[in-house]
Write a protein that binds this ligand. Structure first.
Ligand SMILES: Cc1cc2nc3c(=O)[nH]c(=O)nc-3n(C[C@H](O)[C@H](O)[C@H](O)COP(=O)(O)O)c2cc1C
Length: 315
């Protein structure tokens, strides 16, 4: 998720779940070819398994970008066929590619030829006036013919004419049934459903029909839910939030020494204690202080103290 799932966010999420697959923000092929690669693609070993999501529509450039991503060590290269922003439309990639399954197939074929790493696709069910029963299958079948076996489907259309990117994440109705039907009809493909899934209970319901669940906003805004993912879905021990926080504090302290600003790391923690006593003051302390010059690890420790002394919430 752009502006959200940067490397610091992913470290926090990985500490909360050892097994959930994490995704980068979308990075355009163009940026990778011409930009500062270490800044765009660098990540910590602990983040595995982590997927690099690419944006683009030119097979040769995507292939090159995929190769660079694979060399960095990403576990999966994912192509974005779902982003509805104006910038993306003018560049002819993202959701508008739902109209061009043959071109998307050429893109993923070129990417697959360039890397051994699995190449996957994230898409919508259609755009604008497309019939989603046709557009979703056309896109998936074209990519499957090119060898892609894993699809994450945001189960709503993008309305490119007239809706903001934000509204495009909420307004077009969700059609989970269509995604379930896709799995029934293409049982050999791995189908992951995405869109509006707010809890692990919801996730479990979907898993009766599809192979996986992708959570965006819920995971970002209330990351503590990730702490139950391992025990609930992977038969692994439950994660301890206090331990996780302490490990993240150590990570933050180390990165501060490398010159990373405090807020770049603590901003991903703002929803971590959602609903707990002291959470509001924790959040407020970080919002007010983490961007100040001189903000240090003590700023974070002071914020965390509100959770140990929640009576101060009333202050
Ligand atoms: C701030 C923000 C940034 C996003 N950036 C991306 C992105 O870079 N790539 C992508 O495939 N989807 C992106 N999305 C869409 C989400 O991945 C997801 O498909 C959408 O929010 C619906 O799922 P959710 O209801 O679980 O959030 C973004 C969503 C938000 C809110």
């Amino acid at each position: 998720m752009m502006e959200c799932t940067d490397r610091h966010c992913r470290v926090l999420h990985r500490l909360l779940s050892r097994h959930a697959r994490l995704y980068t923000e979308m990075v355009t092929a163009e940026a990778i070819l011409h930009g500062k690669r270490d800044r765009l693609l660098g990540f910590s070993e602990i983040e595995h398994p982590v997927a690099l999501q690419l944006g683009g529509a030119e097979p040769a450039k995507l292939a090159q970008a995929a190769r660079i991503g694979a060399d960095f060590g990403y576990d999966e290269i994912n192509l974005n066929v779902g982003c509805p922003s104006d910038r993306v439309q003018s560049g002819q990639f993202g959701a508008c590619l739902m109209r061009e399954p043959a071109l998307v197939a050429d893109c993923v074929a070129a990417m697959r030829a360039a890397v051994k790493t699995p190449v996957t696709v994230k898409c919508r069910i259609g755009v604008d006036d497309q019939d989603p029963h046709h557009s979703l299958r056309a896109l998936v079948d074209a990519c499957a013919q090119a060898g892609v076996t894993v699809f994450a489907v945001h189960a709503r259309k993008a309305w490119l004419a007239g809706l903001s990117p934000r509204d495009n994440r909420d307004v077009p109705p969700l059609d989970y049934e269509l995604v379930y039907a896709l799995k029934r009809e293409r049982p050999d493909l791995t189908i992951i459903v995405n869109g509006g899934i707010g809890s692990l209970d919801d996730a479990e319901t979907h898993l009766a029909y599809v192979d996986g669940v992708m959570m965006g906003r819920a995971a970002y805004q209330t990351p503590a839910l990730l702490a139950d993912v391992d025990s609930r879905f992977f038969g692994a021990p439950e994660r301890d939030i206090d331990e996780t926080v302490e490990t993240y504090v150590e990570y933050v302290a180390a990165k501060l020494k490398e010159g990373v600003p405090l807020n770049a790391m603590t901003r991903h923690m703002l929803g971590l204690f959602h609903g707990q006593p002291g959470a509001r003051l924790f959040r407020r302390h970080l919002s007010e202080n983490a961007t100040r010059p001189g903000a240090s690890i003590q700023t974070l420790r002071d914020a965390l103290a509100y959770l140990r002394a929640p009576h101060r919430e009333a202050a």
